[in-house]
Design a protein around this ligand. Structure first.
Ligand code: PHE
Length: 346
């Protein structure tokens, strides 16, 4: 191996590698050329192995030529790579265009839970009569849930409203929204027109019409000269808005410790229109809420003078109203989070 031979081998390699780079069909082919010529086990390294056989004074010369060859081949490959790269990008850009005019996938809209929807509908009706929505806490105390509502500790009516007691200080889960009456009375001066929707809890044997968690909407009106006639007129308006303009209603005597007199408010059965069917226990009527004139003792607990002001209150179960509106038979369905059920209210 002499200098002339090595030099011509190097030049030949440069020419071959450069023209191979120019005619490479794609960048993957360039990678192969780069590895074959310039790689650790490539041809350039193989040729340079012959350097050892040269006289010492010739070696730098060959080294310099080898370096020029490396630079020339790298440049040829670099140029080809740039050209092929932009060609490949152009091909991809035309092949992979996004059609921005394609219609999008429809977004599935959710819906309000039927209980929330019904509670809002109830609030909408009473809002027309000036009732403002308030909220009381779900964790109440014995005094507000019972005692200020004229239900002392030993009162037999407590059986109706048994609940979960949270500690020895009398904290409990409220059994009805009625303690909200007390809270509103402490917060506002008459005239008062308050609506209190919210979740309630009771110690119940669960079945199709009893749950240990349910929703109520409480109403409270207090003013000078407020009477049972105002209560009846308002509830009639409510029944007509919810169940149709002609729906007949009636008051039936009832009992609550915190109202006097107390009534149950019935509507003519929405299933049989008074013909007496199983849905109305063959009475022809359905009870939708309890109501009455706020007991003077309760007004006094609320800091309101019963000699000057009178008031009425009512409380209804939202599930019961929703059942009647949507013909739902079992209130447990509201709690089951079954999308087949909930989707039916969209
Ligand atoms: N709080 C009563 C209940 O839960 C309903 C009611 C409210 C009755 C207001 C009269 C007045 O059964």
């Amino acid at each position: 191996m002499d200098l002339a031979q090595l030099t011509s081998d190097l030049n030949a390699l440069r020419d071959r590698a450069s023209s191979a780079a120019v005619s490479a069909p794609d960048t993957a082919a360039l990678d192969v050329i780069e590895l074959d010529v310039l790689g650790k086990k490539g041809e350039l390294t193989a040729i340079l192995r012959g350097i050892g056989a040269l006289p010492a004074e010739d070696r730098p010369r060959v080294g310099a030529i080898a370096n020029e060859v490396r630079i020339a081949v790298e440049a040829a490959i670099g140029l080809a790579r740039a050209q092929l790269g932009s060609a490949e990008l152009a091909t991809r850009l035309t092949a992979e265009t996004v059609d921005v005019t394609t219609p999008g996938r429809p977004i599935r809209r959710g819906s309000l839970h039927p209980i929330v929807e019904t509670a809002r509908k109830i609030a909408d009706v009473f809002a027309q009569f000036g009732f403002v929505v308030y909220e009381g806490p779900e964790v109440e105390d014995d005094v507000t849930n019972f005692q200020m509502l004229n239900i002392p500790p030993d009162h037999p009516a407590r059986d109706l409203w048994d609940t979960l007691y949270l500690d020895m200080e009398g904290r409990l889960l409220r059994t009805h929204t009625s303690p909200g009456q007390i809270r509103v009375m402490h917060q506002e001066r008459p005239p008062i027109r308050a609506l209190l929707p919210g979740r309630c809890f009771r110690y119940e044997a669960v079945d199709a019409s009893h749950a240990s968690e349910f929703f109520q909407v409480e109403g409270l009106m207090i003013d000078e000269g407020t009477s049972m006639a105002d209560l009846k007129g308002l509830l009639d308006q409510f029944a007509h808005a919810m169940f149709g303009a002609g729906r007949a209603t009636r008051f039936r005597p009832g009992y609550y410790p915190f109202t006097e007199p107390s009534v149950a408010f019935d509507i003519l059965c929405v299933i049989c229109n008074g013909e007496k069917c199983p849905a109305c226990s063959r009475t022809g009527w359905m009870t939708i809420l309890g109501a009455g004139m706020v007991h003077p003792v309760v007004l006094r607990y609320g800091g309101i003078d019963p000699e000057r002001y009178q008031g009425f209150a009512f409380g209804m179960g939202v599930e019961r109203i929703a059942n009647l509106r949507h013909a739902v038979g079992d209130l447990r369905q509201y709690m089951e989070d079954d999308l087949r059920f909930l989707g039916a209210f969209r």
